[in-house]
Ligand binder design. Structure first.
Ligand SMILES: [Zn+2]
Length: 180
């Protein structure tokens, strides 16, 4: 039997737990023309990845509306399971700006980042992450709330539907290859 105080402790725990997940703001692409423009470039990067047999994920980092760097997955090419598009743009942007933190930066990425890339973005004090599709491996599945990033946005609409098809098609072909 639970006593009243135990129940309220459990409720507090559940509330805190729920509160430790990031809130994702969903915006239709028509209402976010600038974000959509940058996501289109990220999608082009994702297609480059697809053509070289990489999981189609593309990313770019923007500060004051300027693209600092852009990249796609290089896991296969570099034989490095950590060579994710997001990690590559974060490292390249730090190198290019010569700064320790990427204050005010927006990380655009086609797919929701994994925990590793999320942590890197958080450590680099990236202001905002914008993506198009949720991932089963994505950071929003975990209780990871921290000071950075300040905002998480998911852009919905045609662009995201196009990307979903590209991703599905890629994994379908990969499964076919594995069956052969
Ligand atoms: Zn990642």
């Amino acid at each position: 039997m639970c006593r009243g105080s135990e129940i309220s402790q459990i409720l507090k725990f559940l509330h805190d737990f729920q509160d430790s997940f990031y809130e994702v703001k969903e915006i239709p692409q028509e209402e976010a023309p600038e974000d959509s423009r940058f996501l289109e470039i990220a999608l082009k990067e994702a297609l480059k990845a697809k053509h070289t047999g990489e999981v189609p994920v593309g990313a770019l980092l923007v500060i004051n509306e300027q693209i600092i760097s852009r990249a796609h997955n290089h896991v296969e090419a570099r034989r490095d399971p950590t060579a994710h598009a997001e990690l590559m743009v974060i490292k390249e942007s730090l190198r290019k700006t010569g700064k320790k933190y990427l204050s005010g930066a927006i990380l655009y990425v086609t797919l929701e980042p994994c925990l590793m890339c999320f942590k890197a973005a958080s450590l680099a004090r990236i202001h905002k992450i914008v993506f198009m599709l949720h991932s089963d491996e994505g950071f929003t599945n975990y209780p990871v709330k921290s000071a950075y990033p300040r905002q998480i946005t998911k852009i919905t609409g045609n662009l995201s539907e196009t990307y979903e098809k590209i991703l599905k098609d890629f994994f379908e072909k990969l499964r076919q290859k594995q069956r052969q």
